[in-house]
Design a protein around this ligand. Structure first.
Ligand SMILES: [Zn+2]
Length: 77
């Protein structure tokens, strides 16, 4: 009986929890981040990634335009 109690104690102490996806700190499961700072951090990262994705899209379009220019205007190059 007493052997399983330490597990129960740990369960009671920590409860069901998840870890912050930014710093990995333990926290309650209903939260996505442990603190406002981590939340801001995540949002910043997401915004940066979106910006990067748009840049890649623009780059692709520019490449396409250049390809077409080379194909249809051979005298230009
Ligand atoms: Zn955190």
């Amino acid at each position: 009986m007493s052997q399983s109690s330490w597990k129960d104690q740990i369960k009671k102490k920590w409860g069901p929890h998840s870890h912050c996806s930014i710093c990995g700190k333990a926290m309650s499961t209903d939260k996505k981040f442990c603190s406002q700072a981590c939340r801001d951090n995540y949002l910043n990262q997401e915004r940066k990634q979106k910006k990067k994705g748009r840049l890649q899209c623009v780059f692709l379009i520019v490449m396409l335009v250049v390809m077409f220019a080379i194909m249809f205007l051979p005298g230009l190059f």
